[in-house]
Design a protein around this ligand. Structure first.
Ligand code: KG4
Ligand code: ZN
Length: 340
């Protein structure tokens, strides 16, 4: 079954073609110009998606040596995300679905991250503890079966990626800053300064706004602007990253212990982080199976949207739901198992 998938929930315009679970192409165009504003400007993002969608989609079809008429199902991210940005991809994909008279599958972006470790032939099996860490979300879930998961905890304020981005901004590392902090941290001393771990009521909830503020105060109190050196930036990056990684890893391990699950799957943009990978991979010696996506499937991409759509279509009891004229489908259909 050939799936054409579109992702436009934030600042990546992406299109992918999959043959069942196998990725034939995954084209990603990142909107780098948001850097000068220090964050994503929603209206600018939507307009850029509109401009880029036809070209990126053609490239994805070409790279997969596929023609539109061969496609069996069309998918697009329907939620969550920037509403204008989502609508560009959704309507583009629904337009294609109507024109070739093939089913349209709306996909929840977080579910797509959750299953991204089933891409590239990885044999991720249920049950598993899923840690989804992106720029907009931080969630810990117990995934019992396809589309059957229990949310154990989530962030009560900033997302993990958001904390990386905000601290990168304070350190003058640009936007988005997760990757830059990761790179600087690898050269720095993670014991340079101890930033506090946030305390939250629910064992599996997270909080990252406090650590961002404590980095801010540290920089102010130590006259960072006038004393900054590459070494200092590396050391602060390493100390900050260590704290965030410890907070994420500790709760993930606790969840695995509590629910007696030996498989852990980490996904979302922050799953690209080297520190987080190193820390959790060490658990393999204790008998855990640890999954991280290939880097191209960590940050936003259409391949994961295609896989989630394929899984959803094939596990759907009522396939007719997707077969009906796409125009008659609501933009955000309600499906019982979608509880993100
Ligand atoms: O999943 P994603 O591409 O978009 C959302 O769904 O939000 O995640 C983007 C986030 C950004 O906050 C970015 O700074 C962070 O992922 N990120 C990283 C790394 N690469 C990307 N954070 C830490 N270390 C990285 N290597
Ligand atoms: Zn994402």
């Amino acid at each position: 079954m050939l799936t054409l998938a579109i992702e436009t929930s934030c600042d990546e315009t992406s299109a992918a073609v999959l043959d069942d679970r196998k990725v034939l192409s995954n084209i990603i165009s990142s909107q780098v110009f948001h850097t000068e504003y220090g964050g994503v400007v929603p209206e600018v993002a939507s307009r850029e998606h509109l401009k880029k969608l036809p070209e990126i989609t053609s490239k994805a079809l070409q790279a997969a040596s596929t023609e539109l008429k061969q496609i069996d199902i069309i998918a697009a991210t329907s939620e969550p995300g920037l509403i204008g940005a989502l609508l560009t991809g959704l309507n583009f994909a629904r337009g294609i679905s109507i024109s070739i008279n093939k089913p349209f599958i709306p996909v929840n972006h977080i579910q797509a991250h959750l299953y991204s470790n089933m891409l590239s032939g990885q044999q991720l099996e249920f049950p598993f503890i899923g840690l989804i860490v992106s720029g907009g979300h931080t969630l810990l879930v117990l995934a019992e079966d396809l589309f059957k998961h229990k949310i154990l905890g989530s962030t009560i304020d900033d997302a993990a990626g958001e904390a990386f981005d905000k601290v990168a901004k304070l350190l003058g590392l640009g936007y988005p800053g997760g990757q830059a902090i990761d790179k600087n941290a690898s050269e720095g001393n993670s014991s340079f300064h101890k930033f506090p771990h946030a305390k939250v009521k629910n064992d599996f909830d997270f909080s990252f706004s406090g650590i961002k503020t404590s980095v801010l105060y540290y920089l102010r109190n130590n006259d960072f602007e006038n004393s900054k050196t590459e070494k200092l930036i590396n050391d602060i990056s390493a100390s900050f990253q260590r704290t965030v990684v410890d907070m994420l890893a500790d709760k993930t391990i606790k969840a695995a212990e509590k629910y007696n699950v030996k498989t852990i799957s980490v996904s979302g943009g922050v799953s690209a982080n080297k520190g987080l990978r190193e820390k959790l991979m060490k658990l393999e010696k204790d008998g855990y199976r640890i999954y991280f996506p290939e880097l191209q499937y960590s940050t936003d991409n259409a391949a994961m949207i295609g896989l989630a759509a394929y899984l959803k279509y094939n596990s759907s009891i009522d396939k007719k739901y997707f077969e009906t004229d796409s125009l008659k489908q609501p933009a955000r259909p309600r499906i019982d198992h979608e509880n993100f």
